[in-house]
Design a protein around this ligand. Structure first.
Ligand code: UT7
Length: 329
């Protein structure tokens, strides 16, 4: 037993606008049947109007988490935000949230690890808590990829939705609860399989070198699919090995919700029965860094995730990056 980073409370946010597969049939050449068969997605939430954005979702999720935790924002020493769709190129979304919640004594930065952003951010926050650098951290996973999607590209626009989750992590001494362990992995050679070319310093907006490059998501779906199936299983096995645990020790599996077939293959490799696998991909699609904390939130609300349970989370995404962790809730 020693000092660990324990989840005190979790919050969430999704936009109210629902985009169904039937709605998408009116925008691109697709069908509800194709989307459900290939992905399991039935509908997703998308930001609407000038106010709704990544920062807006992050703030709502954070406010709920802080309120439920009862922790004074002035005691929060760190705000970390996993996102690849921040309100601005800079400043960071973490800084805008830090200001809006009044966390006047916190350091704040964004973590760019796409759909694995929440796992990466949790690992960083927990390490700082365990090292005694901070006692309380706010960790957010959020994206609004509806803003980055090419709505004429049927191979990508059907996949993504917007959403956020946030947790307040606090130091506790002599506890068996908390973030038990994490594995983080990357393979930058696969960066071309899912990316946004324009808008950074290599191909700035409107620059001569950006001509012919896309400002929206491009993806080689089959390559990402192959990678994801392998990566999800590998990361889970690795973190369980590291913790000397087996799949039988896991009470609930909350994987990144990108595609039902990818989740099924990971659960099968681990030998996890369906009652231990949390799914909400049918309602939200792939909300990128928002996906795992949104899943944790809903699992808790549904009574499937209770204090003291071991929850395994795993994510993969652009980078390429992937990772997994086990949290004793
Ligand atoms: O967090 C990471 C985010 N990315 C992912 O998780 C993506 C991982 N990849 C996937 O989930 C799958 O590769 C997709 C769902 C994107 C695609 O499924 P697939 O079984 O790999 O389909 P495919 O790309 O091999 O396409 C099969 C056919 C193609 O037609 P042809 O060339 O065989 O005639 C596509 O043009 O399906 C066509 N197609 C569609 N048809 C109807 C592609 N998108 C659509 C669509 N509706 N939306």
């Amino acid at each position: 037993m020693s000092r660990n980073a324990v989840v005190q409370a979790i919050g969430h946010a999704v936009p109210s606008k629902v985009l169904t597969n039937a709605d998408l049939e009116k925008i691109v050449d697709t069908s509800d049947e194709w989307i459900v068969q290939r992905t399991g997605i039935k509908e997703r939430r998308v930001c609407d109007g000038p106010i709704e954005s990544t920062g807006w979702l992050a703030l709502k999720a954070s406010q709920e988490a802080i309120e439920r935790s009862g922790i004074d924002p002035l005691k929060i020493g760190l705000v970390l935000c996993g996102t690849v769709s921040g309100d601005y190129i800079w400043p960071s979304t973490a800084c805008t949230v830090q200001d809006q919640i009044g966390a006047k004594h916190a350091g704040a930065f964004d973590v760019s690890a796409a759909c694995a952003g929440f796992i990466y951010a949790m690992s960083n926050a927990a390490a700082m808590i365990k090292a005694g650098e901070v006692d309380h951290a706010l960790v957010i996973g959020v994206d609004s990829l509806s803003k980055q999607v090419d709505w004429t590209d049927r191979s990508t626009c059907i996949l993504f939705g917007d959403g956020a989750g946030a947790v307040v992590l606090s130091a506790e001494e002599d506890t068996d609860r908390g973030l038990l362990g994490t594995v983080l992995m990357s393979d930058g050679s696969g960066g071309k399989f899912i990316c946004i070319d324009v808008g950074g310093s290599r191909y700035p907006y409107g620059s001569p070198q950006s001509v012919g490059k896309k400002e929206t998501i491009t993806m080689q779906g089959a390559e990402v699919y192959r990678f994801a199936v392998q990566a999800m299983g590998d990361a889970c096995c690795k973190v369980l090995d590291k913790l000397h645990m087996t799949p039988e020790d896991i009470d609930l599996f909350v994987p990144h919700q990108a595609n039902l077939r990818i989740i099924d293959s990971a659960a099968k490799r681990l030998g996890l029965p369906s009652e231990k696998v949390f799914l909400n991909v049918h309602k939200y699609g792939n909300t990128s860094a928002g996906s795992i904390p949104l899943g944790l939130y809903e699992a808790e609300q549904e009574g499937r995730l209770k204090r003291g349970m071991n929850v395994l989370t795993v994510g993969f995404g652009a980078g390429l990056v992937w990772g997994a962790n086990v949290i004793k809730w």
